[in-house]
Every structure is written in C-alpha cells, then in structure tokens.
Ligand binder design. Structure first.
Ligand SMILES: O=C(O)c1cc(=O)[nH]c(=O)n1[C@@H]1O[C@H](COP(=O)(O)O)[C@@H](O)[C@H]1O
Length: 239
C-alpha cells in the first residue's frame, strides 16, 4: 500500500529534501518535487533522487502553448521521473501535443514513459474561487469535463480532489489513474486546502495514489505519521 502514498517534498532546499528522502524512503512510494523545491534546487536534485533509487512525481503543472509544454515534458521524461503533470485548463491541443511527443521520444530513446497526468481543478479552489475567474459551472461538472478532456487527449490520469474521484471513475473507467492531494487524516490541520478527505475515504472513493505533505512533514514523528496513513490505507482496501 505504501507504493500508493506520495510525499510532497515542499521544502526550501536540496539538502533538506534529500534528508526527507532518506527518512521516508521505506515509508512512501514516491516523492513529489514541486515548484518551490524545483525553483530552488533544480533538475540536479531530481536526477540525484532518481539515481538513489527514489521515484519522483515532478509536479510543475505545466500550462503554456502546446510546443513549450511538450518540450518541457520531454526534458522531464529525460530526468527519469515517474509522473508529471500539466493543467487540463491548458486545453486539448496542449495535452495532445505533450502526450504524443513524450510517448514518441520515450519510445525512440528507450526510456520508460512517466504517467502523464492533468490537474483538473485545484483542491485549494472553492466554488466561489471559480466564480471569481468567470467559471460559473459547478466544480464537480468542471472536474469531470476536464478529466474526460485529458483522457481524450491521451493522458494516463488526473490529479483531483478525492471528493470528485467517484464521478471521475464513473466517467473515465477503471484504468484511468486518479491522484488525490488534499488528503487529511482526521486530526490534521486543513491548512489552505478546501476539498479534503481522509486517506481511507480517498481510497474508498477510487483514488489510486494519495499526495500528502504537511500532515507528515509537520507531525511530531513524521515516520509514525506516514506509517499511520499507510495502515489506514490498508484497512480501507481490505474493508
Ligand atoms: O498537483 C498537485 O500535486 C496538487 C494539486 C492540487 O489540486 N492540490 C494540491 O494540493 N497539490 C499539491 O499537493 C501537495 C499537498 O500538500 P499538503 O497540503 O501539505 O498535503 C502540495 O504540494 C500541492 O502543490
């Protein structure tokens, strides 16, 4: 079950990140490198984690013109990451171009292709946040629509709140990968997340992978916190 838990390495420098990788490598399946750490420590850190046998989810949420996103994703492929993501709001052509080019280069260079994911609507966004940028449709409708768009574009799955996982599963089928951040064990702080779920509920809702950052990183015993989440995940799976 631990292979389905992704720890968010939301820290400020490479040395701190590598210390977390050592501390949690037996407890979680993947390490997520996002914008803060990548801006600070760059691709060299990603190479280093991969070289040390760690699996990396490169979370840079690309959203740009199709050519730029495709070329960036090809470089992510060459770093040896296991997952990468784009924003589904970047549109069909952006996702299609990225997916086709990454798969083509992976085949030509004999590299394993990472899981190609699209972020639907951020777990920090509420209905009123969407309205403020001119999206009047319900969050649930937007998430399903964007998940179907990502699937039609050839992506492997989405990043979404577990609250929308059942609808995505229904719309996109059993093989479509659902990665859910905004996971909060019962006693944890909500932080800036809006659409949250507990680890067990997220799996029961159909999530394949859970992304957890602060509930582990700020725990008094992070190893124990990660283990407790994996135990909760296992109990949900066997329920
Ligand atoms: O793509 C992501 O990983 C992501 C998408 C999303 O909708 N919400 C979301 O929280 N994330 C990321 O998941 C992590 C959640 O961290 P915590 O809130 O500390 O558990 C952060 O690194 C976010 O950048």
């Amino acid at each position: 079950m631990k292979e389905r838990l992704i720890f968010a390495l939301d820290v400020e420098d490479g040395a701190t990140a590598l210390a977390w990788v050592e501390r949690l490598r037996a407890e979680v399946g993947l390490f997520k490198v996002g914008k803060q750490l990548f801006t600070s420590a760059g691709p060299e850190l990603v190479r280093r984690i991969v070289l040390n046998g760690g699996q990396v989810f490169l979370d840079l949420k690309y959203h740009d013109i199709p050519n730029t996103v495709a070329k960036a994703a090809i470089e992510a492929l060459r770093l040896g990451v296991s997952m990468l993501n784009v924003h589904a709001l970047g549109g069909m052509t952006m996702m299609q171009t990225m997916s086709a080019q990454v798969r083509q280069i992976a085949a030509a260079e004999g590299r394993p292709c990472p899981l190609l994911l699209a972020v639907t609507i951020l777990t920090s966004a509420s209905q009123s946040d969407l309205q403020a940028v001119g999206i009047d449709r319900p969050v649930t409708e937007m998430v399903v629509r964007l998940a179907q768009l990502a699937q039609a574009a050839g992506l492997d799955g989405v990043v979404a709140s577990a609250q929308e996982a059942p609808l995505i599963r229904q719309a996109c089928g059993p093989d479509f990968v659902i990665v859910t951040p905004g996971v909060r064990p019962v006693a944890s702080a909500v932080d800036d997340q809006q659409r949250i779920m507990t680890p067990a509920a997220a799996l029961a809702a159909g999530a394949d992978y859970l992304v957890v950052g602060r509930p582990i990183a700020t725990a008094s015993d992070p190893v124990q916190a990660a283990r407790a989440i994996v135990t909760e995940m296992a109990s949900s799976a066997s329920a």
